[in-house]
Each structure stands twice: as C-alpha cells, then as structure tokens.
Design a protein around this ligand. Structure first.
Ligand code: 5AD
Ligand code: SF4
Length: 457
C-alpha cells in the first residue's frame, strides 16, 4: 500500500484535474466484489470513480473466463478502446481478472492488442498502485504473466455503490476441479478468510446501515477447511447472525456434495438467513454428473433438498445447469428435464457447455451438434419459464417484506429476501434503501407488482 501515496504524487504532477477511473466488470458476483476493491484502491490513490470510460484516464476491464462467449465479448469491448487510445495516448487501458490468468490469452493481448498497457492477475489487486506507478515512471507496458498467488490480503479499501446491499468474500479459489470448469486453474487453490476478519467486515457493514449482505465463495459449504481454528460454514453463519441489526444474510454458491444437515438446521434456526439457496446441480443424470466430477448423485441431491423442505417449508432453491456436456445423449438430457420439473426451482441459470482449454472435459469426445445443444437449452428455458410464472402467481395476495433498491419516475423497485423483484408506486421519498411491507397484487413480465402497505422507518 506504500505505493498508493507515490501514485497519488505522480497523478498530482501529471494532471491539472482529478483524474478519472472507470472499472468495467464481466462475469460473476465475485468479480463484482473484486471490482469494488479495485475502485477502492483507485479512489484511495487519487482517482475519481467514473461510470463513463470515454472520459476516463484509466479504464480497467475485470474479466471472466467461464465460457468462450464471455471472452469473445470482452475482446470486443477491449477492441473498442483502440480508437480512443489512439486519440488519447495518456489514457491507461488495463485488463485483469480470470481471463488473463490463462497464458494463451496474455500472449494474445501481447501480440494483438498493443494498446493494452497493463495486465494484472486475479490475486494481485493490491499491487495496482505499484503497477500504475511503474507505468507512469517506466513509460512502458506492464504485462504480468499468470501466477496463482495464494496469500489473502486484508484491509483493501472497498468502494461500494449501494448503500444497502453488499457482498463479503469469505473464501477464495476452488479445489473441486469439476471437469468442465476453468475456475480452479484461474483462481487457484481454495483458502478461507479468518472468521474474525469476516466478522469485523460484517459488523462494520451493519453499522453503516447495510441490510442485504451476501457471503461469497466458490463453495461456501467447505469454508474453514484450511484454517487453524476449527470452524465450518454453519458455525460461521451462526456467529454472524449473533450480530444485532435488521438485515438479510445470503450466501453463494453452495455445492451439493458439501452442503449438509447442519447448514440447513442453521438456516432453519436463524430467521435472518435468506430462505433461498443457490445449489447448482449441473445435470439430472448420474453418468454425466460422474463425468463432470461433481461427486454426488441425483438421489443425494434430492435427499438434501427434501430434508431442507421438511425443515424449512418456505425454502426455495435456484440452480445452474449445463446442457450438451461432452457425450450427453438425448435421453441423459431428458433426465435433467425430469429433475427440473420435479424440484420446481425458483430460478434456473442454463448454459450450453463451453470447451475450456486445460480442463479435463476439453479432451472428451463431443459429437453433439451446436444446434442440438441449443434446442436442449431452449426446451429447458421454456420449462423453467412456466414454473417461474406459477411461482410468481403463488405470491398474489401475500404481504411480503422487501428492500427498496431503485426508483424510476414514481415506480420503486424492491427485492424480497428470496431475490424476487417487486415494483410499486409511491411518492414517499424516504424509503430508498429501507425495508418496506408490500401487498402483492399480480405480476408484469418477470417482476411482481404490489401496493405499499406500511412504511417502516
Ligand atoms: N461451460 C458452460 N457452463 C459452465 N459453467 C462453468 N463452466 C462452464 C463451462 N465450461 C457454469 C456452471 C457453473 C456456472 C457458474 O457456470 O453451471 O455453476
Ligand atoms: Fe467450477 Fe466446480 Fe469450483 Fe464451481 S465448484 S467454481 S463449477 S470447479
């Protein structure tokens, strides 16, 4: 962090105004969380955070590697900066995140994107002031090659846009090596933050008035495995829920092989924990789950869901599904359809399998056409849409609690603890970022409509 001050001095000498920084995020909530730290570091180093890349003095792309189309989109966006950079050579273009943790991508940037000034890795965020400082002092490209560092750096400043919603990383990396997934290669081995560091960040957020907090990890259910103290994810949840305050606690993602009865019982016993769990199943067929290296069967998945529904009747599950995994037959795909209809997921994120260089699945024979895979995806999306609309209808007439997030004209948008979005009209200007009680009157598209019934301040 000593370079923060040095960078500040360099910026002072180079600019007659406060320079602007724009950080664009691609990918998951973990990347959003990293971007908030990148913005925090840049703000502390003397930049104003801007939403507009065209007027910014440094533009950072925080990238995703999970599927090929994510990478193509990112390269398209980076390409757009070429002209801007030609007009303004003093603008810094930087690329970080999961995509640049792959050697072939760094090579491609080196060769084909000469206007990219800085490349830095997922676990090197805290080095940013030093890297930017070096760019100004050495006046040459700062391209670091991928290295998976494992130490956890605490006390990085965080720049949060929202006054009510926040995320906290409780662990980094992943050890599961699902055969299709690039994450363990780009984010490195799993390591957990110390419980006391998580607790102090959590307490601070509650003190600042945050009301919706999501704990993040690639597999939160294995929290604590590498720590010296004996603590698991359920213990962490119990510890956090002891903090006084009016808030909802979410977590993501869970892994079906690791979520257990203790976690479910902890949710049951702590009303502050959201009754909505994201539990990616990926496939409804045991042979495919085996090839994916998921380490559970469809029956084991159903067993934990049934236990949760017994213990917590109003619990809902959302999930991720991949169609067209190498070798998936039509019949095996139909098992996924069957499971989706049986579980009644509240929300489903469906993906066509994307080959990721370096993973085990990348060398498996894949003879199914893209057209066939798209058809499987479309069928699943349609099935889920019908389930989702019925789910929305089930709220009609109910009184619900939701956190107000946005206002457009006279229409407010609020989010229930189960993550459903509710729209309602109000002229009250003081309910922003507050919990309100709403009576659901119906739905419009994928959002619920409601009347405001009590204004709780
Ligand atoms: N192809 C398609 N989808 C993938 N996911 C992860 N890797 C791939 C891949 N190679 C999906 C999984 C995971 C979600 C975050 O992204 O469903 O749960
Ligand atoms: Fe990827 Fe599996 Fe780890 Fe999730 S648990 S990040 S799908 S390897």
């Amino acid at each position: 962090m000593k370079y923060t001050e040095q960078l500040k001095q360099v910026l002072n000498s180079k600019f007659e105004y406060t320079p602007k920084a724009n950080v664009q995020t691609f990918g998951c909530v973990q990347n959003e969380n990293d971007s908030e730290k990148i913005r925090g570091i840049l703000a502390q180093s003397g930049y104003d955070i801007s939403e507009n890349y065209e007027v910014s003095d440094i533009v950072i792309f925080n990238t995703c590697a999970i599927r090929e189309n994510a990478e193509l989109k990112i390269f398209g966006n980076i390409g757009k900066l070429k002209a801007l950079k030609a007009e303004n050579p003093n603008m810094i273009v930087a690329v970080c995140g999961c995509m640049v943790m792959q050697a072939h991508i760094v090579d491609k940037i080196k060769k084909s994107y000469p206007f990219v000034d800085i490349v830095f890795g997922v676990n090197s965020i805290e080095e940013l002031p030093h890297i930017v400082y070096n760019w100004y002092v050495d006046n040459k490209r700062q391209i670091s090659s991928p290295e998976t560092k494992t130490e956890i750096v605490e006390d990085i400043p965080v720049y949060r846009e929202s006054k009510s919603k926040a995320t906290i990383s409780i662990m980094y990396g992943c050890d599961n090596f699902c055969s299709y997934c690039i994450v363990p290669y780009v984010r490195g081995r799993e390591r957990s933050r110390k419980p006391e560091d998580i607790l102090s960040e959590f307490k601070q957020l509650i003190k600042e008035g945050y009301k919706d907090i999501t704990l993040l990890g690639q597999n939160v259910d294995s929290y604590g495995k590498n720590l010296d103290v004996k603590i698991d994810f359920a213990d962490l949840l119990t510890m956090l829920c002891k903090v006084d305050g009016d808030y909802v606690l979410h977590f993501m993602s869970s892994h079906p092989k690791d979520i257990n009865k203790k976690v479910i019982d902890t949710i049951r016993d702590n009303p502050k924990i959201s009754r909505q769990i994201h539990l990616p199943v990926q496939s409804g067929n045991d042979r495919i789950l085996g090839l994916m290296n998921r380490k559970y069967t469809v029956q084991q998945y159903k067993d934990i869901i049934n236990y949760a529904k017994e213990q917590i009747p109003d619990i809902g599950f959302s999930s991720d599904i991949i169609v067209g995994f190498p070798g998936e037959t039509y019949e095996e795909y139909l098992d996924t359809e069957k499971l989706v209809k049986e579980i009644n997921f509240t929300q489903l994120f469906t993906f066509i399998y994307s080959k990721r260089t370096g993973t085990k699945a990348a060398i498996m024979e894949d003879l199914t056409s893209h057209k066939e895979k798209s058809e499987r995806l479309n069928r699943l999306v349609k099935i889920q849409q019908d389930i989702f609309f019925k789910y929305l209808d089930s709220f009609k007439g109910q009184t619900v609690r939701a956190l107000v997030e946005e206002k457009k004209g006279d229409t407010y948008s609020a989010r229930m603890a189960n993550t459903l979005v509710v729209h309602f009209e109000s002229e009250d200007n003081e309910i922003m970022d507050q919990f309100v009680n709403l009576k659901i009157t119906g739905k419009k598209g994928t959002v619920l409509k409601a009347d405001l019934i009590i204004n709780q301040k």
